[in-house]
Structure formats: structure tokens, C-alpha cells
Design a protein around this ligand. Structure first.
Ligand code: ADA
Length: 558
């Protein structure tokens, strides 16, 4: 399953995932031995492959003729794609989609081989042993579209303002022309069932995008946490009255604005009651099937939460589709956790971060649930080089999307030199866990630190939490007991919500997650980051009811 709705009615599209492929590792005791595995999946979940690092091949076949477009929603970390034995694409970026077009395929059966590499290498600057597991494999869906010479690549809808029930929106449509000559088609677009555009286009070879300003839509219900109403976006290309390509997406009508110390959703100040969540499960690695994602979101809802931070990378579109439908706000961030200045000096680092940002925003633009774009969690925001990266990446985001505020989760406290750059200031803190200072004191100090620089922006506690090993109960409330975690979370949440200066918080973290074997595992019992409110199998810890009790009493808005 790739999305929760159909993305085409005209274009012939089919999923190549959701079935068994041949998997052949290149290294280790099973080198050269082929077995059947489900795609998508993570290779570390296959028996005997728990700690495999290196190259491996995934192979399948498909029937097609003419021009096709293959889209890979996520391959970790690096992929080389071969069609009928010929290399047609390569891609680095574990959590972002990429596509490849092949023209003039002869009718019949074709082979598709994807060589993946999940090793840690300098040229994969965002993947290294970390406080989560960098899984490998074809970890998200794969689809095959039959296309002609011209096809629709993406449509971006931006709701800009609402006056007396009339929404003004901007539409941008990207078309690809696979030929060497100018194309010719009628482009039409409807939104919420209303025809907005009908325009003759002559796209040059390659990619072209068309922007349409001042479009208006009436009679729609705004998207909100309590009433997450979605509307279809339908783009079509036709010639001589015959529609030959289409693209369907969804959006919601809502504005996200920052005013003084508050984040406004359609004019109302939101109170964030959130969780940071890794895509991780002992059975699936980061390749959670739709059912498991939906179950996570049900738990999030049961806990009375209203937001998720996709720490620390862009998430599967299925997850975003479900958040759109459930009214869960999403802070989505690029792929970067805890890089030092030295790691940020890696020449691959900045271009790879920017590539992730471009791919993330292009693919996820229309999701109304996404209300913040985040970058560079706990990186070197206390150094001049770090500042250059934060600056460059925020300007890139703003050049791609001005409709959402930007932020980053900092742990540099008074040494941070980048707080003037984002729209929202966000801080990770672990009072009573990593240190004994109260949350109240921390927030007051940060507020004073920002105030001295003349910075008056909304403040979010982007991480707060404590660890516990599931089923370890202890009357002495010793470290790693569920009892201590429950007590600490109770204190942290009560203190943070008592500070109205703060727009809300994200608990670190939703579920326990596997961490890398090297180094990190030595500081993490059971090789897990155990700060989950539920363990890796989603069994609730004592803190579950404490958090639920606090979250449920608080409204979604200030
Ligand atoms: C950081 C980091 C998280 C996690 C957390 C922890 O704040 O952003 O990824 O490592 O600390 O558990 O200490």
C-alpha cells in the first residue's frame, strides 16, 4: 500500500512492492545466496541479518511496453537501479523518494534490480552510528507508472488567505516532457471539485513548472485538528479533448502563522501536546506497514496528543496521509541528528541535506498536517560553520515554501548563535534525567537569553523525557524503572505547561527504538533508546497513564 487514496484515474499505475522479491546479499555467510523477501522491508529484520552492513541486491520483474516511470519511496541508504541489466539511476537518501523514467521498452517482461548499500561511508554523510538504527533495504513502497511523452510530476497548492468564506490559493504544476521537442497539451486543474485552470501549455524538453496566482475556492470547510476535512486536487493533461494523463492529491484549507509568541492555525493559537517518533519496530525495522502506522497513531490519539515530530527524517507518505485524516499536526524534519562541526565539514553534508529538503518539500507539500519544517536536530548551532548551514537550509526552505514556519531543535542553550534564524525557537531538555535543573528554570533562562538578543518568537520544548525498561518496577524508583520515568514525566509536563511562554512540547519519545551497535548501544540498555512511553512492541509503561491524564485535560488551543 503506497497511499491511503488513489493517485490516478487515467494514468495506469501499479505497485511493485507488497510482494516478494529476490534478495541476494553480497557479503557475509549468506553471500550469493538468494531468498524471497517482502518489499518494502528492512534487511536487518531477515533471519541472520540483524547486523548486516554492506551491499545487497533486490530483484523482481514487471510487464510493460513503451515509457515507464518507476518511483521508489525510500531506499536505505544508497541505491543503484538496473533495468534489464542496464544501470538507469542511483540515489543516496534513506528517507526521500526518487524516480527514474525509461523510454521505449519493448513489450514483454523486464527485470528490475536494485543494489542497496547500508554501510556507513563518508560519502553517506547523514548515516552513521547513531542513537537510532540506520536500517537498510527497500524500506518504502515502489510503483510503476505507464506514461506517454508528457506527464504530470507534481502539483502544489498553497492556501494563501480566507475572506468571507473565499479562499485565495496559488497552484504550481510541474510537467515533464520526455522528448527532444516542445510538447503541447491542455492543462486543467480542479480543487475541491471546482475547476480552477484550463490552460494551453507547450512544455520544452525536460521539466517545466507553471504557476497560477489568485485562484479562488468557495464553500469549503477549513482543515483543523478537530475537523480534518480534506479536498481532492485533480490535474489533467489532454489533447484533442482526450485526457491522457492525470495526477490526484489532497489538501486541506488552513493557514499556519506565527504571531508574537504563538503559532496560529487558522487564527487560533495551538497548544502542542506531542511526541517525537522514530519509524521503528522490532518486526519491521523502519518499514512499518500501514496497519502498524495506523495503530501507532491510534495510541497517540488515545494518549490525548495532537502532534508528532518526525525525528529525525522525512516520514513515509502513508503516515502523513493518516495524520492528514486524523487531524494530527506534524513537525517534519530533514535527515540529520546530532552532527558535530567536524561532521558538518564533510563536503557531502550540506549538498545532501539540501537534497533531502528539496525532495521532502516537493513530495509532501500538500499535506495540511505538516505545520513546521524542521532541520538539523542538535547540530553545531554554536559554531560559525554551523550557522552557515542553518542559514543556507532555512533560505532553501523559504525559497520552496513560504506557507509554513521553520524551526530546529537545539541543545546548545546559551552557546547557540542561530536563534535569530528560525520562526520558532525550539529546545531539547531533560530535567531530572540528564540534570537536576527544573524545567521552569530552564525555560525562564532561555526566555531571558532570547530576550537579551531581542528575539520574541514562539517557543517549543522539542524534546523532554526520561528512560525506563518495560516491566522494570522498583519501589526505590531507581534509574531505568518505569516508576522513575512516570514520576519525571509527570513533573516535566506539569512544569512546562505551567509556563505560558511555551507553545507546547514533544515527549521524547513515542516508542523504544533500536540504536546502532557501535558506541551507542554501550550507553543504552538492551541496545534501545528506552525513553518510549510504550516499549518497542507498543506495550504501555507506567508513564502512559500519567501523560494521558495531563494531555487529556489540556485543550488543543491556548
Ligand atoms: C537528543 C536527541 C535524540 C535522543 C535524545 C536522548 O535530544 O535529539 O535523538 O538521542 O537526545 O535520548 O538523549
Amino acid at each position: 500500500m503506497l497511499r491511503t487514496f488513489d493517485t490516478h484515474k487515467i494514468r495506469k499505475t501499479r505497485e511493485l512492492s507488497g510482494r516478494l522479491w529476490d534478495f541476494t546479499p553480497a557479503e557475509g555467510e549468506y553471500a550469493g545466496k538468494t531468498q524471497k523477501v517482502m518489499v518494502p522491508s528492512c534487511l536487518e529484520t531477515y533471519p541472520g541479518f540483524g547486523n548486516y552492513r554492506g551491499l545487497a541486491d533486490y530483484e523482481t520483474t514487471f510487464e510493460a511496453q513503451g515509457n515507464v516511470r518507476l518511483e521508489f519511496k525510500g531506499v536505505s541508504h544508497f541505491a543503484r537501479v538496473f533495468i534489464d541489466g542496464r544501470e538507469t539511476a542511483s540515489h543516496y537518501g534513506s528517507y526521500t523518494p526518487f524516480s527514474v523514467c525509461v523510454t521505449g521498452l519493448a513489450a514483454g517482461t523486464h527485470t528490475l534490480k536494485v543494489t542497496v548499500d547500508n554501510a556507513f561511508r563518508d560519502e553517506y554523510s547523514l548515516d552513521f552510528p547513531n542513537d537510532y538504527m540506520s536500517y537498510g533495504g527497500i524500506s518504502r513502497g515502489v510503483c510503476l507508472d505507464e506514461i506517454g511523452e508528457l506527464f504530470l510530476q507534481w502539483v502544489h497548492i498553497t492556501p494563501l488567505k480566507e475572506e468571507s468564506g473565499v479562499w485565495t490559493v496559488r497552484a504550481e504544476v510541474s510537467v515533464r516532457n520526455l522528448t527532444e521537442r516542445a510538447g503541447c497539451a491542455l492543462l486543467s486543474l480542479s480543487l475541491a471539485g471546482q475547476e480552477l485552470i484550463s490552460s494551453q501549455i507547450s512544455p520544452a524538453p525536460g521539466e517545466q513548472s507553471y504557476t497560477f496566482e489568485n485562484l479562488t475556492v468557495t464553500g469549503v470547510t477549513p482543515w483543523s485538528m478537530d475537523s480534518p476535512v480534506l479536498y481532492p486536487i485533480q490535474a489533467r493533461l489532454s489533447q484533442d479533448g482526450q485526457v491522457f494523463d492525470d495526477l490526484i492529491d489532497r489538501t486541506g484549507f488552513r493557514l499556519v502563522q506565527v504571531q508574537d509568541n504563538r503559532i496560529l492555525l487558522n487564527g487560533r493559537p495551538v497548544r502542542i501536546k506531542g511526541f517525537c517518533r522514530h519509524e521503528d519496530h522490532p518486526h519491521f525495522g523502519c518499514a512499518l506497514p500501514a496497519e502498524a502506522i495506523a495503530r501507532d497513531l491510534q495510541l497517540v490519539r488515545d494518549l490525548g496528543a495532537n502532534s508528532i515530530r518526525t525525528s529525525h527524517y522525512p516520514n513515509d507518505e502513508l503516515f502523513l496521509d493518516m495524520c492528514d485524516e486524523m487531524g494530527i499536526l506534524v513537525w517534519e524534519e530533514n535527515h540529520a541528528r546530532g552532527l558535530s562541526e567536524e561532521q558538518m565539514r564533510n563536503p557531502f553534508f550540506e549538498p545532501q541535506c539540501e537534497e533531502v529538503i528539496r525532495a521532502m518539500i516537493t513530495a509532501h507539500y500538500n499535506h495540511p498536517s505538516i505545520y513546521i519544517w524542521g532541520i538539523l536536530n542538535e547540530c553545531a548551532s554554536d559554531t560559525a560553520l554551523g550557522r552557515e548551514c542553518y542559514q543556507a537550509q532555512f533560505s532553501l526552505i523559504r525559497s520552496l515554501d513560504l506557507s509554513r514556519p521553520v524551526s530546529y531543535a537545539s541543545c546548545k542553550y546559551n552557546a547557540d548563535i542561530c536563534q535569530d534564524l528560525p520562526d520558532i525557537c525550539s529546545w531539547n531538555m531533560y530535567p531530572y534525567w540528564y540534570d537536576d535543573e527544573t524545567a521552569v528554570k530552564k525555560i525562564e533562562d532561555l526566555d531571558a537569553f532570547l530576550g537579551k538578543q531581542g528575539i520574541h518568537k514562539p517557543l517549543i520544548v522539542s524534546e523532554v523525557g526520561a528512560g525506563a525498561i518495560y516491566a522494570f518496577r522498583d519501589t526505590a524508583k531507581d534509574v531505568w524503572s518505569e516508576d522513575l520515568q512516570a514520576e519525571i514525566l509527570g513533573k516535566q509536563l506539569t512544569e512546562i505547561f505551567s509556563k505560558e511562554r511555551c507553545s507546547g512540547l514533544y515527549i521524547w519519545q513515542f516508542c523504544d527504538v533500536r540504536v546502532s551497535r557501535i558506541w551507542w548501544a554501550m550507553r543504552r540498555p538492551k541496545s534501545r533508546n528506552n525513553k518510549g512511553l510504550v516499549d518497542e512492541y507498543r506495550r504501555p509503561k507506567l508513564a502512559y497513564d500519567v501523560v494521558k491524564g495531563i494531555f487529556e485535560k489540556l485543550e488543543n488551543y491556548w
